[in-house]
Write a new protein. Structure first.
Length: 140
C-alpha cells in the first residue's frame, strides 16, 4: 500500500509545482447565481494538501484496504487532478474590456468541465470511504 501513498504524494508535488506557473491568475467559477473568483495557486495548494492527507490515510489504513478499490480511487483521483491542471492551462485569460459571445461560451464550457471534474473528484473519494468500511467489516 505504500505505492498508493507515494503516488498521491507525487501528484501533490506536481500540484505544488503547477501552482508556480499560475502566479497572479484567477479561476472564475459561476454556479447558479454566485460567481466565485479563486486564485489558481491557492486552488492548487489546497488540492495538494488534500492529497497529502489522503496519502497519510493510506499509510494508516494500508493493511485493511482492497488493492482493486485503492487502484480505482488513486487512478480516478489522479485523472481528475490532471484534468484540473489541463483545464487551467488551456483556459484563456479573461480580457479586461472586450467580451464577446464566443468568449462567454468558451468560459461556460470551461466552467462546465471544471464543475464536472470537481464532482467526479468528490464522488471518487467515496470509493476510499467504501474501501475503509469494507476493510473494517472484513477484519471483524
Amino acid at each position: 500500500m505504500n505505492l498508493f501513498s507515494n503516488l498521491l504524494l507525487g501528484i501533490a508535488l506536481i500540484m505544488v509545482i503547477a501552482a508556480f506557473f499560475f502566479r497572479k491568475q484567477t479561476f472564475d467559477i459561476h454556479l447558479s447565481d454566485t460567481y466565485y473568483v479563486v486564485s489558481r495557486p491557492a486552488y492548487f495548494f489546497a488540492l495538494a494538501v488534500v492529497l497529502v492527507v489522503l496519502a497519510g490515510l493510506y499509510q494508516l489504513t494500508a493493511p485493511m484496504l482492497s488493492s482493486l478499490l485503492a487502484w480505482i480511487h488513486v487512478g480516478a483521483t489522479a485523472a481528475a487532478i490532471i484534468s484540473f491542471i489541463v483545464i487551467a492551462f488551456l483556459r484563456p485569460d479573461r480580457p479586461v474590456r472586450l467580451v464577446s459571445v464566443d468568449l462567454m461560451r468558451t468560459y461556460a464550457t470551461y466552467n462546465s468541465l471544471f464543475v464536472i471534474t470537481m464532482f467526479i473528484l468528490v464522488f471518487v473519494q467515496f470509493v476510499f470511504v467504501l474501501n475503509v468500511v469494507l476493510g473494517v467489516v472484513r477484519k471483524l
